[in-house]
Design a protein around this ligand. Sequence first.
Ligand code: LMR
Length: 406
Amino acid sequence: MTATPALFAHIPPYAGDPILGLMDAYQADPRANKVSLSIGLYFDDAGRLPVLDAVRQAEEALLREIGPRPYLPMHGLPDFRAGVQRMVFGADHAAVTAGRIATMQTLGGSGALRVGADFLHRYFPASEVWVSDPTWDNHRVLFEAAGLKVHTYPYYDAATGGLRFDAMLECLQGLPRQSVVLLHASCHNPTGVDLSPAQWDALIPVLRERELIAFVDMAYQGFGDGLEEDAFAVRALADAGLQFFVANSFSKNFSFYGERCGGLSVVCHDRKDADTVLGQLQAGVRRIYSTPPTHGARVVAKVLGDTQLLAGWTQETAVMRKRIRAMREQLHAALHETFRGERDFGYLLSQRGMFSYTGLSESQVDRLREQHAVYLVRSGRLCISGLNSGNVQAVAEAMAEVIKSA
Ligand code: LMR
């Protein structure tokens, strides 16, 4: 039998994902001294991906109650969805008690962004999306894949390692009505540069007056200042009576990456609109993957719904947050010492969450990886939570070497 002509010959090879590709390269790297500071994973001080106690206890309890696994509804497990609303908005928030938030269980924060993006494309076909410059590499890809046009608004100030807030505000003030503005609730990915509460308070009237549609991404709740504090922006938007989208994720704060547990919440005008929006979000999910998986959602719902487990988990998020801060301080101290104050690394202390933008060039990042087995994202993003007391000094020395040799 002769072979048929190659069917797939026209397909270009995949260039690889700028973040996930590095994770694969790191895993294949045989060097014993390698350090993963690329992908956003939280490691403990021994360099292990933790299994949180609250999660373990919830899973053990669930194993004892193991039962049938029917399909979940398209919008997900009711207790999980209620838990998302309590976490994101606060149990007593008027928008929650009025029933005017449509919440879906989604496949991680990415799933929430995509389900929301599909909805926006279908029901706001004239709207275009504005993301911060820079933003998480996958934001643009996700929204463009849903058919939306993506632009950037000014955000990071390379000169100061801070925020170009006035330029950001000016840009948003000039956007067409119903433009979608993607905002990071806290622990901005990739820069670690956040708006202060006062800056959020100045931004919200612009969103309202220009009738912009905020889409808030909250992937790191608990890793900045605390579970409640990190939700400040979301709650301030809801307090101001805005109608908007929130994607939230339990990947990091539950150390639950592979379980793909996230939520999409759409704050609506009233309960009737929320029911309609929820219905169309369900239709959207049915078109993609039908229904979400059960296991992770049951674990999250159990932890969020049990007073003792919730208190334990809250404590565990505080431990992770404090360790990240300690690593910021140790890396800063080591670099400050090496450069004897001749170069300012203060950005490491002012930026928050898992990531810092180091300002290292692509060639410096390549040299770090090739010569020192230290992996950063090529944009210069460094994942602070990959540092530990055993590797921070070596990382500081490697960074100093590539900075000095540039
Ligand atoms: C990251 O930015 O490293 C994480 O959000 C993981 C991912 O999917 O990119």
